[in-house]
Design a binder for this molecule. Structure first.
Ligand code: EPZ
Length: 438
């Protein structure tokens, strides 16, 4: 019998009082989309690895929980440095309910196949931004000699021995490139991936694996060669800065007509973002490992099409979409990677945006001011866009479902407060309380 105790549903929100220019310096954390593959690829190294500059985000916490449940010994040496000892790990036991919470967990397939010759991993989750199949991953694993089936919500794979092969991806896929690279690192012989993704996080993973003794060349180009080795050895490796986090803060500076120094960046990774912001009239000063963004001029309309790297990143679509609402004139924003990346438009319309989505293109009538409103984060980058919109809009904006944002942004509220934003995270007990079940 329940004791008649009462539970209360609590909700976390971000509250912003906007229209204050951001001024100061923001430090960018390690890249989420490099950290996830590198942490899970540590499974391939039956030794100890120390990974530095790991961002404090929930997807990383989740990845470490999954590794720990597989028998890896995890030690946090600092807030951003983790030691992973994979010597006692076993495959095929990753918890389904954890694996399905994010997209990056599917790197476990490549890691388990690569290390043990078999994999048993739940299908991944991740942001609902469109159909996200894994047919190219499966094509790559089969080329390496694995038998693959998808049944009961799991991917099952096995191979007597993984042998190097030539793989041509039908479409550019970051995840597919990463997964095959991981699996091929200890295969017999040489694997060549053609039409490979070129993102900086692909290069970062290749550099990490090479620091462990792998023989990978060509990462960052569309042809990657992996000469399989028998064993990988523990190493210490620092993750690159997060280019999407940097781009998000660059947009926030422009949206609030502020002046921001964004530290810990690799300017080359930001080239397409900087180029578009400059085309919009934003002043960008590039230094060795930082960029200065000065958004005090009027924002001009531009047309943008998202493309695989080095094109304009799809993960910056929502953030630049907010900026186009503030620019003078009509802009076209075309999404070429996903078929459901414009969900944030409906939330922006609550703030007065004038946007028409026609297939893969959003026609954005800018020039108006955004007005504060209660809105929701509908996925990770859409949530970041709501923060930028709230920072720009006069008045109080409340953002719900902020767990999406915390998947990929390390202390975004604290970082924005440090440069003058009136922003805070609040926990609100819901008016609804409920009697606990037995
Ligand atoms: C990674 O997703 C990122 N996620 C995404 O970032 C990012 O948007 C995407 O790369 C593109 O840059 C992580 O790194 C964890 P893809 P991924 O495979 O690997 C299609 C964020 O906000 N495709 O390059 O899933 C797919 O449907 C997240 O940080 C196939 O058709 O992306 C999509 O249309 C969101 N078959 C396109 O390719 C496949 O087998 C690109 O997907 C695989 C993908």
């Amino acid at each position: 019998m329940s004791d008649g105790g009462y539970g209360t549903i609590v909700m976390e929100k971000i509250i912003i009082n906007g229209a204050k220019p951001l001024r100061g310096t923001i430090e960018v954390s390690g890249a989420k989309n490099a950290a996830l593959p590198i942490l899970l690829a540590a499974l391939m190294v039956d030794d100890k690895c120390v990974i530095e500059n790991v961002p404090c985000i929930s997807d990383v916490t989740l990845s470490l929980e999954i590794l720990s449940s597989m028998g890896c010994r995890i030690r946090m040496l600092t807030k951003n440095t983790v030691e992973i000892d994979s010597r006692f790990a076993t495959g095929g036991v990753s918890p389904y309910d954890l694996v399905r919470r994010m997209r990056g967990s599917y790197y476990l397939i490549g890691a388990e196949l690569g290390r043990w010759g078999r994999a048993y991993v739940g299908l991944p989750g991740g942001c609902d931004i469109g159909i996200r199949p894994i047919d190219q991953h499966i094509k790559g694993f089969r080329a390496l000699g694995a038998e693959i089936s998808v049944e009961g919500g799991y991917v099952k794979a096995s191979a007597d021995e993984l042998s190097g092969a030539s793989i041509y991806f039908d479409n550019v896929t970051v995840g597919g490139t990463i997964n095959v690279m991981i699996a091929a690192a200890r295969a017999k012989g040489t694997t060549v991936i053609e039409n490979a993704a070129r993102e900086p996080h692909i290069v970062d993973l290749a550099n990490f694996l090479n620091s462990c003794g792998a023989k990978i060349t060509g990462a960052g180009t569309d042809v990657i060669k992996i000469k399989g080795v028998d064993k990988l050895y523990g190493s210490t490796y620092a993750i690159i800065p997060d280019m999407i986090e940097a781009g998000t803060y660059m947009c926030a500076a422009a949206a609030t007509r502020g002046r921001l120094r964004v530290n810990n960046v690799i300017p080359k990774h930001l080239e397409s973002i900087s180029a578009k912001l400059e085309e919009m009239g934003v002043e960008i000063i590039e230094n060795d490992d930082s960029v200065e963004v000065c958004g005090n001029g009027e924002l001009r309309r531009v047309n943008i099409k998202t493309l695989p790297y080095p094109g304009f990143p799809t993960d910056m679509n929502p953030q630049i979409g907010v900026l186009l609402c503030l620019a003078k004139g009509v802009s076209c924003l075309t999404e070429s990677i996903y078929d459901n990346r414009f969900k944030y438009v409906e939330e922006l319309k609550r703030m007065g945006a004038s946007i028409t989505v026609d297939g893969s293109t959003a026609i954005i009538e800018g020039g108006g001011l955004l007005s504060a409103a209660p809105v929701k984060a509908l996925d990770l980058r859409a949530g970041a866009a709501m923060i930028i919109a709230g920072l720009a809009a006069k008045g109080r904006t409340e953002i719900e479902d902020i767990h999406f944002i915390e998947r990929g942004y390390d202390d975004i509220v604290g970082k924005l407060r440090s440069v003058g934003a009136d922003i805070k995270k609040v926990i609100i007990p819901s008016a609804v309380s409920f009697e606990k079940a037995n």
